[in-house]
Write a protein that binds this ligand. Structure first.
Ligand SMILES: *Cc1c(COP(=O)(O)O)cnc(C)c1O
Length: 469
């Protein structure tokens, strides 16, 4: 019954992956036509699985973004390394419940292995709590829940039992350029997404240690500080050596690092200097679906005090059978109870790349980002706004007729739109320190230098067309 179905589905997937590198980045469909293709009333009678899959693949195709393709430079997306995509298929096939050891020891034990490998390549304290979550949003949430537990416990307050009503006020200090998901996590935790002290940053978006010291001087009682590795625009890293020592001057303060993609710099001997000192924090959040190129969804959280993480996440229940001895129940480390067994795809990615492969990929993307900066920055009227320290490049376009800021903002947004419509590559725009910019992120495992050259050519062509009037 499943044999024909899965064979044909594999053919559809293979066909898609074969076409992907040269498939146009332009999405040819719109919401209304997708609605028409998928929609209509819920059928009263079931359809054969093969025809369901065939219809699904045909209807979805024009509405699929080329996010897994080598010339997709939008946001920070990453593709899926082949072994990881294949392991993800098996994960669906096996359909294990990722919450409990007893519900599938293989998925639980593979998490143990992956957790140890990750702690090792990042140089984080052995024995830290490790959780496999949907993405960095939930990783930030989980880490900050552990932080909330720990800083309030030190005040004699049991936040898991008693909640926040009547609790001592918690000071939250964040980078002035912290990612929106830090604020969403704080919002979900009842700490208030906007009830924070924002620390000033420098011209590259790095938290200023002197401004942090000043902000901490205004805090009394329980305190949580959020720093970041890999600014979502510039790719810059907060100066962790100074930040760690400043936070450690405050008794009992918790330091969390949002390192959604920046964490992976630690996997490269050539790049890890960017994150020197990061190991001195209390918790770290990152993604595997971004730079490690594991298919969605795959986020990772690490907490030095594994017990604080467990206390924040889990409760025992009479009907559960708990893991014994050296083994773990994954649900104890994450907000979810039942969930996908994400460890398999993560394991396959790490095993197929190896330490050398991950380092090579990170180094290559950083080199390719510099190549973009050189190719584009060498064109008259085009400037690179950031120091290209990682995989992120911010580009601005000037109208040769006028150096006016507002006109250049309009032109830059126009070039971004033209590139999106041209289809060679895909990227988007941002506002960086009050200036409109094109935002390029190199993070796909399959990206070659030729992809960079072709994309840079396309961008220059679009700039020329935009200024030709
Ligand atoms: C992408 C990103 C996040 C959010 O990660 P998700 O995987 O989308 O949940 C958080 N912080 C930074 C710096 C990011 O780049």
């Amino acid at each position: 019954m499943h044999r024909d179905l899965l064979r044909q589905t594999a053919e559809l997937a293979i066909d898609y992956l074969d076409r992907l590198p040269e498939r146009s980045m332009v999405i040819t469909s719109d919401g209304a036509s997708l609605r028409a293709a998928f929609g209509g009333p819920m059928p009263s009678m079931g359809e054969p699985a093969l025809s369901v899959i065939d219809h699904l693949a045909r209807s979805a195709e024009p509405g699929l973004a080329g996010t897994a393709a080598p010339r997709y430079f939008g946001f920070v997306i990453g593709g899926g390394v082949p072994a990881s995509v294949a392991a993800d298929w098996l994960t669906s096939t096996w359909d294990q419940n990722g919450g409990l050891y007893v519900a599938g020891p293989a998925q639980s034990v593979i998490e143990e292995v992956v957790a140890e490998w990750l702690l090792e390549i990042f140089g984080l304290p052995p024995g830290s709590g490790v959780g496999l979550v949907t993405g960095c949003q939930m990783a930030n949430f989980t880490a900050l829940a552990a932080a909330r537990h720990a800083v309030l416990q030190r005040m004699g307050w049991d936040v898991e039992r008693d909640g926040l009503q009547g609790a001592p006020a918690v000071n939250v200090v964040v980078s002035g350029e912290s990612h929106v998901t830090i604020h969403i996590a704080l919002q979900l935790l009842g700490l208030g997404g906007g009830n924070v002290r924002r620390v000033a940053t420098d011209d590259q978006g790095r938290m200023r240690p002197d401004a942090l010291r000043e902000a901490l001087g205004e805090c009394q009682g329980p305190t949580i500080v959020c720093a970041q590795a890999g600014n979502v625009n510039s790719g810059s890293f907060d100066p962790f050596v100074e930040i760690v020592s400043t936070v450690r001057e405050v008794d009992g303060a918790w330091l969390h690092v949002d390192a959604a993609f920046g964490m992976w710099a630690l996997a490269s001997p050539a790049m890890r200097h960017l994150a020197t000192g990061i190991q001195g924090a209390d918790s770290w959040a990152t993604d595997a679906h971004k730079w490690l190129n594991v298919p969605y969804d795959s986020g990772l959280v690490f907490v030095r005090d594994a017990d604080a993480q467990r206390r924040a996440m889990a409760l025992p229940a009479a009907y559960l059978i708990h893991a014994e001895g050296a083994h773990r129940d994954p649900y104890e480390f994450v907000p979810e109870f039942s969930r996908r067994a994400r460890g398999f795809a993560l394991y396959a990615a790490m095993r197929s790349l190896g330490r050398a492969g991950i380092a090579e990929m990170v180094d290559r993307h950083c080199r390719q980002a510099r190549r973009f900066a050189e190719l584009l920055g060498g064109v008259p009227g085009v400037s690179v706004l950031n120091e290209v320290v990682l995989n992120q490049v911010l580009v601005r376009f000037e109208d040769p007729a006028t150096a006016d800021t507002a006109a250049s903002d309009v032109l830059t947004r126009d070039v971004v739109r033209r590139v999106q419509e041209e289809g060679t590559c895909w990227l988007s725009g941002t506002t960086w320190h009050d200036l409109a910019a094109m935002r390029i992120s190199v993070s796909n495992w399959a990206t070659t230098d030729d992809d960079i050259d072709r994309s840079a050519d396309a961008i220059v062509r679009c700039y020329a067309a935009a200024t030709a009037g």
